[in-house]
Write a protein that binds this ligand. Structure first.
Ligand code: C2E
Ligand code: MG
Ligand code: MG
Ligand code: MG
Length: 277
């Protein structure tokens, strides 16, 4: 009896594994096709000055308009894109598209000095011709390099210390800034803060979220902001959702913020309307 159950258990397990691997295979096939068929979209989320609450720039956030599944979020497909290497062509597409859009906004709203922040994965940074590709994209899109910010997590820097150091200093030379994404969640070694030309830390939204209910989170946020400012590094608070959170980070001298309180990631037309306001 026990044996039979065990066998049945195996069967269920096998079936579940089979379904899971079939789904993954389908996702991979769809993802390859999506690159060719240009099924990706970019949403733009405002980054604001906390003093004026004016938009200073946008972060580009990828979406996948899947023909059957509808609009898919990065958590549904970015890790597959990284595992298969498809993140490299997808990443260049995002860079080109985002730079192109920012150049368009620059012409449409010449009185503004908006910037565009683009997220990068580890595999992109390990491409030997990454710097040249960035130069090419800036040339093609006619975007001023000082308008482009590259966002990376701490782990991306740690995984690519060798190549990243050279690449990021080269990019800094031409005016492209490096922003550390999800700061506080990754590596606790702070030694890399001076090894790389970091202009901005983006405090992870998990800290901001818990600030108003747990004072130790507020203390961590205060410490990060003090550390950053002592190193002449700017700070963006991610994931501001409430006026209370906004007031708290303002009190801690945080200069920039991003989050649903200001705006969700938006389409080009909604983002354009926000700039106009
Ligand atoms: P991220 O770079 O940390 O981006 C911020 C994420 O937080 C976005 O999720 C955004 O929609 C969400 N968010 C912003 N404000 C709030 C808020 O107030 N509350 C809450 N709960 N969430 C907020 P999204 O768009 O789903 O992107 C998730 C992650 O996917 C990004 O995290 C980034 O790591 C990655 N990603 C997005 N676009 C790209 C891309 O083009 N390339 C690569 N390599 N990764 C990307
Ligand atoms: Mg980001
Ligand atoms: Mg982040
Ligand atoms: Mg993140």
């Amino acid at each position: 009896r026990a044996k039979a159950l065990g066998r049945a258990g195996y069967k269920i397990f096998d079936t579940a594994m089979y379904i899971e691997s079939t789904k993954l295979l389908q996702l991979e096939t769809d993802l390859r096709r999506a690159v060719e068929r240009q099924e990706f979209r970019i949403y733009y989320q405002p980054i604001v000055s906390l003093q004026t609450e004016k938009i200073i720039g946008f972060e580009s956030l990828i979406r996948w308009q899947h023909p059957k599944q509808g609009l898919m979020l990065p958590t549904d497909f970015i890790s597959m894109a990284e595992e298969t290497g498809l993140i490299v062509p997808i990443g260049y597409w995002v860079l080109r598209e985002a730079c192109n859009q920012m150049h368009q906004w620059q012409q449409q709203f010449p009185q503004t000095q908006l910037t565009i922040s683009v997220n990068l994965s580890s595999k992109q940074l390990s491409q030997s011709n990454f710097t040249e590709q960035i130069y090419l994209i800036l040339q093609e899109t006619k975007l001023d390099p000082s308008r482009l910010k590259l966002e990376m997590t701490e782990s991306v820097l740690i995984e690519n210390t060798q190549s990243a150091t050279a690449i990021l200093w080269q990019l800094k030379e031409i005016g492209i800034e490096l922003h550390i994404d999800d700061f506080g969640t990754g590596y606790s070694s702070l030694s890399y803060l001076h090894r790389f030309p970091i202009s901005t830390l983006k405090i992870d939204r998990s800290f901001i979220k818990n600030m108003d209910t747990n004072s130790s989170y507020a203390e961590i946020v205060r410490t990060i902001i003090t550390l950053a400012h002592n190193l002449s590094i700017d700070v963006i608070a991610e994931g501001i959702e409430t006026v209370l959170q906004l007031e708290q980070v303002k009190k801690l001298q945080c200069k920039y913020g991003q989050g649903y309180f200001f705006s969700q990631p938006a389409t080009v037309s909604v983002a354009s309307a926000l700039i106009q306001q």
